[in-house]
Ligand binder design. Structure first.
Ligand SMILES: [Zn+2]
Length: 311
């Protein structure tokens, strides 16, 4: 296996620094890649964090896996990239400094903008080596996601991997144009999205689900012997989901918790006029699970409030 012209042989472990760009200050911006190869032949698994720089639960999941050496495979290879978008990470931002989203910049280009260069690096140096991947995300802005795996579940390999991961929720998600998943599929690798928690916040439950799920996937692929405790929940398949939007503007106080089951017409919360003019009760339009929740208490009319998913 060769990444950035550096060869990694079976049985070797290497930490590579791949240069992506130079800042106007002349500082180099490098992406750190840990490659760990077993002597025994097996698949290559990519663990990718920080594609959106402010989505730090994935950074912490991969950091802990590497720190405990749980990324070291007994067969095959793991490629761990805790922070892909280092620009966003140091600025607490989803984006790179030119305002672009790396996950909408695939397949990328060598001489393109920063986001495009990061995508190009991943497509040309990393993805050709990868059989399976887990791309770790969180809800954007102040929205939190209950731990869930998203992918094209019509694909039996994806479905099998998602079940092996065993998150609380599994969602079918079609490809988005110019995304990593779409490009990976064209190159013959299967990438699943893990969503857990909120940007800019560490969420212990989401971190635990992410770490244990990764180990379960590695066990499923015969890449590790590390035992994982049984999860205290059954995974649920969400076949359809929709966001309930704020009918009025105001202060939102929820009366539900993320992850819980709600019945049709159950109260979700109240949006109140800050000047005491009205209190609007929000009711669930159908029964389902609260798989996403907006934690920003200041709601504009039309803002996404809760993401409800049907089993
Ligand atoms: Zn994201």
């Amino acid at each position: 296996m060769k990444i950035n012209q550096i060869e990694i042989k079976p049985g070797e472990e290497k930490k590579l620094e791949a240069n992506i760009a130079k800042l106007p200050s002349r500082s180099s911006v490098d992406v750190t890649v840990y490659v760990a190869r077993a002597k025994k032949v097996g698949p290559t698994l990519l663990l990718l964090g920080g594609m959106h720089g402010d989505e730090i639960n994935g950074v912490e999941i991969i950091r802990r896996l590497v720190d405990r050496r749980w990324n070291i495979p007994s067969a095959g290879t793991t490629i761990s990239i805790p922070i892909l978008n280092v620009f966003g990470f140091i600025q607490f931002s989803r984006y790179v400094p030119d305002g672009k989203d790396v996950n909408r910049s695939f397949p990328g280009s060598k001489n393109g903008s920063l986001a495009s260069r990061i995508a190009y690096f991943l497509r040309t140096e990393i993805l050709p080596n990868v059989d399976y991947g887990i791309d770790f995300h969180t809800g954007g802005a102040e929205r939190t996601n209950y731990p869930q795996i998203r992918g094209m579940m019509q694909n039996l390999t994806n479905l099998e991997l998602a079940k092996a991961f065993h998150p609380p929720f599994i969602l079918n998600a079609n490809f988005r144009a110019k995304s990593l998943r779409q490009t990976a599929k064209k190159l013959g690798s299967q990438v699943l999205i893990y969503e857990g928690g909120e940007s800019g916040r560490l969420d212990e439950f989401a971190i635990k689900c992410g770490m244990e799920g990764t180990l379960r996937v590695m066990r499923h692929l015969n890449m590790t012997d590390i035992a994982v405790s049984e999860a205290p929940y059954e995974h649920k398949f969400i076949v359809k989901s929709s966001w309930l939007r704020a009918p009025v503007s105001g202060m939102f106080i929820p009366s539900i918790k993320i992850g819980q089951l709600v019945e049709k017409k159950q109260q979700i919360g109240v949006i109140s006029d800050p000047f005491g003019g009205y209190q609007k009760k929000l009711k669930a339009p159908h029964s389902g699970y609260i798989i996403g929740l907006n934690n920003n208490p200041v709601m504009h009319q039309g803002d996404a409030v809760v993401h409800i998913g049907w089993e």
